[in-house]
Design a protein around this ligand. Structure first.
Ligand code: CO8
Length: 260
């Protein structure tokens, strides 16, 4: 499918989605969100793709937020629908069934920070800037920021960031657990691709089950989480990849996983 606001490229088992609206620092308009929804579903259903990267075009911004031109025209009922539609797209990212890495190449503000947080991992250029500046526009985060930020950095830090609207640089984002790795801007895409390729070589069903056990398991009680882990363990034990992985170890060779 051809997209107006992003590029979707495949390199072996790794797909890269590059949001491309550079004139407005890749701001998330309705059109971008609709393209993103289609791209995410395409990647999800492509069995040859095992890992995805989401990044922004240009050197300045990952995504500088939702499109403020659109926000300025919202009515209360329209704003609720706008937020729900955006949350749905970011939920698709979070539940793609394969790891998604945000390669944060610049500003990740508001909806941009929320998009990065919906990804499984966040790699940042040393020049990246994060923040939830919605209060300065008389708004609050609406694409999951009030929920995903405290889960990543803790409630007190999330409240401070959301109420102050303070922008933080990549080293601070790393220190508080908002990002997983900070690298020089010039190497961001290479480093992210290397990590994506490493993940793509793992057993896809095991990777999916581990993500589900972690991200869904921690939302409930310990007993529910442990039960989910055991259920996922049962599922991977029924896969051909489990037999291949254990056999390859015993035969002292590299396993070849097929996602079956
Ligand atoms: N929306 C629309 N246009 C934008 C946005 C945006 N989020 N960000 C930047 N632009 C535009 C600017 O207006 C400017 O356009 P023009 O050239 O026509 O004047 C162009 O991009 C370049 O930007 P700047 O000239 O401002 O570049 P600077 O280097 O001076 O500053 C900043 C860069 C600091 C990133 C600055 O552009 C900025 O503060 N941008 C807005 C950041 C922001 O507030 N983001 C949060 C938006 S709210 C949000 O994301 C809510 C998500 C949930 C939605 C749910 C709703 C119901």
């Amino acid at each position: 499918m051809a997209f107006e606001n992003l590029r979707l490229e495949r390199d072996g088992a790794v797909a890269t989605i590059t949001i491309d609206r550079q004139k407005v620092l890749n701001a998330l308009s309705t059109g971008v969100m609709e393209d993103l929804r289609h791209a995410v579903l395409e990647v999800r259903h492509d069995e040859a793709v095992r890992t995805a990267i989401i990044t922004g075009a240009g050197e300045k911004a990952f995504v500088a937020g939702a499109d403020i031109n659109e926000l300025a025209r919202l009515t209360p009922a329209g704003a609720r629908d706008y937020a729900l539609r955006g949350q749905h797209v970011l939920d698709l990212v979070a539940n793609m069934g394969k790891p998604v890495i945000a390669a944060v190449n610049g500003y990740a503000l508001g909806g941009g920070c929320e998009l990065a947080m919906a990804c499984t991992f966040r790699f940042a250029a040393d020049s990246a800037v994060f923040g939830q500046p919605e209060v300065d526009l008389g708004l609050i985060p609406g694409y999951g920021g009030t929920q995903r930020l405290p889960r990543l950095v803790g409630r007190a830090r999330a409240l401070e960031l959301i109420l102050s609207g303070r922008k933080i640089k990549a080293p601070e984002a790393l220190a508080i657990g908002l990002v997983d790795r900070v690298v020089p801007a010039a190497t961001l895409l290479d480093e992210t691709r290397k990590f994506a390729q490493m993940l793509a070589a793992k057993a896809p069903i095991a990777v999916r089950c581990a993500i589900d056990a972690l991200s869904r398991g921690v939302e409930g009680t310990l007993a529910e989480g442990l039960f989910l882990e055991a259920s996922q363990f049962g599922m991977v034990a029924a896969s051909e990849d489990m037999r291949e992985g254990t056999r390859a170890f015993l035969e002292k060779r590299t396993p070849e996983f097929k996602g079956k």
